[in-house]
Write a protein of this length. Structure first.
Length: 195
């Protein structure tokens, strides 16, 4: 009985020793293979990212200027530090400045961190530190607004503050209709300074 167990035990020991010796070579090889695959994967991923960035840069430009005419034949002008064409009809502008002629000698000056301009509809969706300065001295500040360059109108439905030399107004939104009419939405609060 003891002999049988010994005979069965010896082949198992030999197999374990072979496996142990082979592991000395297999484990480092596997580790090297994994490192090589990781390195190649990162390299391919970096290459794909750089390809995507180069495609974006192909559709980008700096110090952009865009001029157009509204429905009444009045000019509007857009400037931007950087612009990226995201589709055939849309351009994303960074650090936007725009001027819209409302009527003779009256303009609406616009500033925003970002604007998405629809070239066919001639509308711009502004976001981030939006400022609209009317020729009558009223300056409106908000976080987003939609400007229709074609008809010279503007609107939003988010909090807005307006100031001029005599008054301060807070509202939950606004609509600029026509050339000199601004409608403030949602129980506006008006403070008038007495001179």
């Amino acid at each position: 009985m003891i002999l049988v167990q010994k005979r069965m035990y010896q082949p198992l020991m030999k197999n374990r020793l072979k496996i142990k010796r082979n592991l000395k070579y297999i484990l480092p090889f596997c580790g090297f293979s994994v490192l090589l695959l990781v390195f190649l994967g990162v390299g391919l991923r970096t290459h794909r990212i750089s390809d995507a960035l180069s495609l974006i840069n192909l559709n980008s430009a700096t110090n952009l200027k865009y001029d157009g005419l509204n429905q009444k034949g009045q000019p509007f002008h857009i400037e931007s530090e950087r612009g990226t064409e995201i589709s055939e009809k849309e351009v994303v502008f960074s650090q936007v400045k725009a001027d819209v002629d409302l009527k003779k000698n009256e303009t609406l000056n616009i500033k925003a961190n970002q604007g998405v301009f629809d070239k066919s509809a001639k509308t711009m969706e502004l976001t981030g530190n939006v400022q609209l300065k009317h020729a009558n001295g009223l300056t409106l500040r908000t976080t987003e607004a939609t400007i229709d360059m074609a008809n010279g109108s503007a609107k939003n439905n988010v909090p807005i503050e307006g100031t001029n030399d005599r008054a301060h107004i807070k509202a939950k939104g606004f609509r600029m209709e026509g050339e000199n009419q601004i409608v403030f939405l949602g129980n506006p609060e008006l403070t008038i300074r007495a001179h």
